[in-house]
Design a protein around this ligand. Structure first.
Ligand SMILES: Cc1ncc(COP(=O)(O)O)c(C=O)c1O
Length: 331
C-alpha cells in the first residue's frame, strides 16, 4: 500500500494492532441475515482497550513533539477516553489530569468511585470532578496552575476527537481494507457507536484516501440532536482535509433511532442486545456506547435493511469497564 497521509504523523506505540476481524457465526445464524464480523478494537490494549488507544497513539505523539510533560483531558465521570488517557500517560511517563464532568443522571452508589473512576485512580491520574457548565473554566485554571508550576501541559479534547486523534481511525480503515481482502469479507457496511466523532471522521477520511467507499453507519449515542454529531464529523473532516484532502466526497450518516432518552441511559433494546451477544458469542459490550451499536445492528438486520448484504462489520469500540456501575440496568 502506498504511503498515506497519516503514515508520516508523529505516533507513539501504545496498542496491539491490527486488532482481529472475527466472524460471529452464532449471532449471524440466529439473525438469519448477512455474516456479521466484529472488528475487535476492544482488544486494542491499554487498560482494557477501546477506540481511544488508536487516537492516543497520535495525540501522545503530538504531545511529545510539543515537549509536553503532562496530559490534561475531559470526559464524563465514567469516560472511557479518560481512563485510556490515564493509561497512556502512565505508560509514556506523562503526568495526567482528568476533568470529569457530571453529565449523566445516575444514582448508582459507585458511579463516582467504581468502573472507570477506580481505574483512573489506579493508573495514577489526578481527578477533578465538576459540573458540566464549569468544566472548561476548571480546565483553563488547571492549565494556568500547571504552567505556573513549571509544567508543560498538552490538552486533549473530549473523546480525543480532533484531526490529530482521528488519524487513528484512518489506520483502522487501512487495517479493514487489508483484512477484508485477506479474509474474503465484503467491505460494504461498517457500523459503530458515534459520539465525539473522531472515530467516524477518521474512518471516512481514511477509506476515501484508500479508494474504498463502504457505508459507515454511525449510531448516535450522545446527542439529543444527531445534527450535532454530524456537524462534529464535518468539522474534523475539514481539519483532516487541510492536512490532506480526501480525494472523493464522503457521505456522513448518523442514525438516531437507538439513542433512547439521553447519553449514558441504556435502552431496553441495548440491554437485550448485550445479553444476546454475551450468550451467543461470549462477548461483552457496554450499555452506554457499544451496546447501542449492537442493538442498532440487530434491529437493522431484523427490519430487513441488510437483506441484500453478504457481510456487515461492527466495530467494537470498547467500554466494558462501566458494566459494574450499570449492574442495576440488568436486573
Ligand atoms: C466505548 C466507546 N465507544 C464509542 C465511542 C464513540 O467514539 P467517538 O467519540 O470517536 O465518536 C466512545 C467515545 O467516547 C467510547 O468510549
Amino acid at each position: 500500500m502506498s504511503a498515506m497521509p497519516w503514515h508520516t504523523s508523529p505516533r507513539l506505540q501504545l496498542g496491539h494492532f491490527p486488532t482481529p476481524l472475527d466472524l460471529l457465526p452464532r449471532l449471524s445464524e440466529e439473525l438469519g441475515g448477512p455474516r456479521i464480523w466484529l472488528k475487535r478494537d476492544d482488544c486494542s490494549g491499554l487498560a482494557h482497550g477501546g477506540n481511544k488507544t488508536r487516537k492516543l497513539e497520535f495525540l501522545t505523539g503530538a504531545a511529545r513533539e510539543a515537549g509536553a510533560d503532562t496530559l490534561l483531558t475531559f470526559g464524563a465521570v465514567q469516560s472511557n477516553h479518560c481512563r485510556q488517557t490515564a493509561a497512556a500517560a502512565a505508560r509514556l511517563g506523562f503526568d495526567c489530569h482528568l476533568v470529569l464532568a457530571r453529565m449523566v443522571q445516575r444514582d448508582h452508589k459507585d458511579y463516582e468511585t467504581g468502573g472507570n473512576v477506580l481505574l483512573d485512580e489506579l493508573l495514577g491520574a489526578a481527578l477533578h470532578f465538576t459540573e458540566l457548565a464549569e468544566a472548561e473554566a476548571l480546565a483553563a485554571r488547571l492549565v494556568a496552575d500547571l504552567e505556573a508550576a513549571g509544567k508543560t501541559p498538552y490538552v486533549i479534547p473530549g473523546g480525543g476527537s480532533n484531526a490529530t486523534g482521528a488519524q487513528g481511525y484512518a489506520v483502522c480503515a487501512e487495517e479493514l481494507v487489508q483484512q477484508c481482502a485477506a479474509q474474503d469479507v465484503a467491505l460494504e457496511t461498517v457500523i459503530h457507536a458515534s459520539s465525539s466523532a473522531g472515530t467516524q471522521a477518521g474512518l471516512l477520511w481514511g477509506f476515501a484516501h484508500l479508494g474504498a467507499a463502504p457505508r459507515v453507519l454511525g449510531v448516535n449515542v450522545s446527542q439529543p440532536d444527531p445534527a450535532t454529531v454530524k456537524a462534529r464529523i464535518q468539522k474534523i473532516l475539514s481539519d483532516l482535509d487541510e492536512r490532506a484532502p480526501a480525494p472523493t466526497p464522503v457521505d456522513i450518516e448518523v442514525n438516531h433511532a437507538y439513542f433512547g432518552t439521553a447519553y449514558g441511559q441504556p435502552t431496553a433494546e441495548c440491554i437485550e442486545a448485550i445479553r444476546m451477544v454475551a450468550r451467543l458469542e461470549g462477548l461483552l459490550f457496554d450499555p452506554v456506547y457499544s451496546g447501542k451499536a449492537v442493538a442498532a445492528l440487530i434491529d437493522q438486520i431484523n427490519i430487513g435493511n441488510f437483506s441484500d448484504a453478504r457481510d456487515v462489520i461492527l466495530i467494537h469500540t470498547g467500554g466494558t469497564p462501566v458494566l459494574s456501575v450499570y449492574d442495576d440496568a440488568f436486573v
